[in-house]
Design a protein. Structure first.
Length: 62
């Protein structure tokens, strides 16, 4: 059971990282650290909600 929870947590955190990657990539070389942090903080609410967006965008299977 612990392994299942660990796998779910790892998949979730990887998904958050993938969702945040465009915000980080855009500002990595061109912005200051505070601007990068602000950009990541602004994108974070949408990034942590990626499972809901994935569920709603999946086609109906019934």
């Amino acid at each position: 059971m612990r392994v299942l929870i660990l796998v779910i947590a790892i998949v979730y955190l990887v998904g958050v990282g993938v969702a945040l990657s465009p915000a980080i990539k855009d500002k990595w070389n061109s912005a200051s650290a505070s601007e990068l942090a602000a950009s990541v903080a602004q994108a974070l609410p949408n990034a942590v909600a990626w499972p809901a967006r994935a569920f709603h965008s999946a086609p109906d299977q019934g």
